[in-house]
Design a protein. Sequence first.
Length: 304
Amino acid sequence: MRLHSPAFEKALRRKVRKTVRGSRELRREARAANRFRKQYHLMLLLRPAISVGFAIAVWRMLEQTGHAGSALALINLWAFVFVFVQAQRLVSCLYASSDVTALALLPVTAPTIFRWELQKALRGALWFMLDLLASYAAVALCSQLPAAKWPAVLLISVVAWAEVLALAALCVAYLPRLPYQLASTGLFIGLFVLFMARDVVGNAVIALIDRAAPNLNLLLPTGWPTLLFQLLLPEGQWLFLLLLVPLGAALGTLQHSLRRLQTHYDLGETILQVAPDLVPAAETEQVSASGAGQDRPPRVGPTA
């Protein structure tokens, strides 16, 4: 979906460059903006490194425990954290994005703006897809999975990614006031603390995840794709195919949640009612003229 004209943007960029070159102050501001752009490009290099680092952590978990379920439980916990992250991303794109205000001033309908901002949220969620692909590939390589089963690994990664998006949209649609940013920030801080203190509590955390892996993968919705992944391994149980029912139900909520969000997507200005105890404007002007003006608007008492 496009809300712009490539020809207009090309002409506008050419005009902006010409104007910037003719002003010393604008050149200074352009250099400052380019420094911010370099930091943004640095994040483009840092984010894939996080995916690779997480895949290495999953690999080491499998090597130390010898249980594929424990490594898959780590992927499960990572996906559970990203339910809150994607929920916060969806809220930010739909209601707090910098271009929402500009789009609201254009002759563009609210459903069009909703689809535009939703595309931005989905593009940002592609990094999480990279996390899943790298981590599931690490488990498949360490388990020496045959090449014929690798398409199933890709399919499970896509299903796990779609399930996280469905759960995030479901949370935002029905529980919009939950502090998703606080929850995701707290979880990431906890992961960072565990990473920094891995030499002290690393073995205890690995042992805890190893013991709780079967329950985590079964009880958390983000663990159902990991149990389907175990079907590709020798220790997999065909009973896990029953999880396709709740997994399909979770994926089926995505369309309904997005429809609900679009129905309630309103960019109109909220107009609050005037407080009943405020003095009318005419009387306020008389009070100010008499020299009794105040910083706060005058209010009448309970008797009046």
